[in-house]
Design a protein around this ligand. Structure first.
Ligand code: LHQ
Length: 259
């Protein structure tokens, strides 16, 4: 396998981005974060890609910041986070196509933040989730304090951040963090199957769904209603909407083009 810290593989309209430092459970160093940013931006910019899978090589998804590298230390954590992590998290949220996080093993610290920046989280049976930060005297970062209360509620988010207990895939699903749990060997095939399904759907509507949901907690109802109406006008102008309605009326499967 390539020794590049991030692999980028394309199958039809699906890009699979693999964190690839398996010897250290895909701990995040500068080279990996730069390559991850490049991969995320490439998938976002390529109109031929209509769904993305993010996963990890080996037995981990990601153990979070590489504590053995200089950028994993806290001396320049602000710069590291702002320059290396925030662009990745923001680019994943802004990605105008769905991202499936296929969590194949432990997702710890900022590795868990990256998993949570995806739109749908699938987990392998032996995967686990760990807000590791407080164990080493740090605070959750890279979006964990934003995603976690929204996904699992404030009570569980506080317990996870404060206790830093490892949460099983099964418990994470019960918490609402994980959409589906699959047998380990089935995780990647299932994630890619879901991505292929999404890649054949109306991609521009997905981009607008993400836009509507990304910050909906910050908007009041009246503002959100306005945003929905504006986006619906845009969605109504797409070729895929015309095709969706035509296919429904003609009682045939739609052929969406992502336009
Ligand atoms: C690792 C790591 C790792 C290096 C396992 N680094 N080598 C902070 C600062 C600045 C900017 C950005 O953001 C952040 C936020 C953060 O992400 S802070 C949180 C960092 N992550 C952690 O504190 C988790 C540390 N790792 C662990 O607690 C365990 O490794 C877990 C629970 C993830 C997995 O445990 P095991 O399955 O028992 O595996 P292991 O501990 O044996 O690890 C396997 C190898 O990976 C081992 O190397 P070795 O040479 O002994 O085989 C570890 O040293 C290495 N590794 N995490 N974060």
């Amino acid at each position: 396998m390539s020794d590049s810290p991030v692999l980028y593989q394309v199958d039809g309209a699906v890009a699979t981005i693999t964190l690839n430092r398996p010897d250290v459970l895909n701990a995040l160093n500068t080279a990996l974060m730069l390559a991850l940013r490049e991969a995320v931006e490439k998938a976002a910019a390529d109109a031929a890609i209509r769904a993305v899978v993010v996963t990890g090589a080996g037995r981990g998804f990601s153990a979070g910041a590489d504590l053995a590298s200089s950028s994993g230390g806290t001396g320049n954590a602000g710069t590291t986070l702002r320059e290396r992590y925030h662009p990745v998290i923001l680019a994943m949220r802004a990605m105008p196509k769905p991202i499936i996080s296929a969590v194949n093993g432990v997702a710890a610290g900022a590795g868990m933040s990256i998993a949570m920046a995806g739109d749908i989280i699938l987990a392998g049976r032996s995967a686990s989730f760990l807000q590791a930060f407080s164990k080493i005297g740090l605070v959750p970062d890279a979006g964990s304090t934003w995603f976690l209360p929204r996904y699992v509620g404030d009570v569980r988010a506080r317990a996870m951040a404060i206790l830093a207990d490892r949460i099983s895939a099964q418990d994470a699903q019960a918490f609402g963090l994980v959409w589906q749990v699959h047998e380990d060997a089935e995780l990647l095939p299932k994630a890619q199957e879901m991505a292929q399904r999404l890649a054949a759907m109306p991609t521009r509507a997905y981009a607008m769904i993400k836009q509507a949901l990304n910050d909906s907690h910050q908007r009041d109802l009246a503002t959100q209603l306005e945003l929905e109406a504006d986006l619906q006008v845009e969605a109504g102008k797409t070729e895929d909407f015309r095709e969706g309605v035509a296919a429904f009326l003609q009682k045939r499967p739609p052929q969406f083009k992502g336009r």
